[in-house]
Design a protein around this ligand. Sequence first.
Ligand code: ZN
Length: 314
Amino acid sequence: MKYILVFLVFFSGSQIFSQEESAEVSIDFLKESLGYLASDELAGRRTGSEGIEKAAHYIETVFQKSGLQPYFETYRDSFQVKGKTGYNMVGFKEGNDPKLKDELIVLGAHYDHIGVVDESKIVAGDSIANGANDNAAGTTSILALAKYFADKQTKRSVLFVLFSAEEEGLVGSKHIAKRLKKEEANIYTMLNFEMIGVPLVGQNYSAYLTGFNESNFAETFNNYAGKKVFGFFSKAKDFKLFQRSDNYPFYQEMKIPAQTLCTFDFSNYDYYHHVDDEAELMDYEHMKNLISDIIPGIEGMANSKTKVIQLNSK
Ligand SMILES: [Zn+2]
């Protein structure tokens, strides 16, 4: 906020506005992005479908307009799944420290969903599982962060990755984790966003982090953020959520701190993989607050002199 005020004093009207836009997470953008990704036009974003191609194109447009570079030859990292082509979407922001820029922080979320449901799951004629919370919300968070970091300087580089074929069994994240390992990418941490569209109820933290006890990720991140953003959720451990999302292949391939943040607690939202998982049920104020709280944590990771976040030894 201080940053904006400085500009208010020294710059003319039009520039104030562009600075303010880029310095904050905009609810208008969250609504636009999530509303589009979870619209019927995209038909539930099933990997290999026309609908997910529209989502991929939208992600490319946001990357491009923000000024993010492709990390590979293009923004697309392609792979085959069940006879179809899937695309992980990857944007890159290079760090500004001559040495630390070779180290990467990966921010990820899956943008695919399950598409059109079987007859048994149709409700009142609606057969499209729009996947607003799962995971247009996570995708939109990554896009908001991409927009935010595109014109900020950090010491380490940041990769923004939207995975496809998560719903087919983490196929996209397995593919890219293997590829990055083969290319000897030096990844420091991986933070994955899953189902963050509805707030937790009755917790003293904003989101739970899966694999909480695998590393000092949450503790370090909360120190950077200056508040308890991430906490421990026992059901995440009971249900082995650490192994069930796109963070896990990064942990498996590279043995790095790679964890998922989530605000779905199994009782605060009734529409998991349901046709009623719709954009209008998302809490945009909550999303804005959460993303805004996460930004200083990412900045702390991206700028620390050494790799402070580490796996716990077993
Ligand atoms: Zn998901």
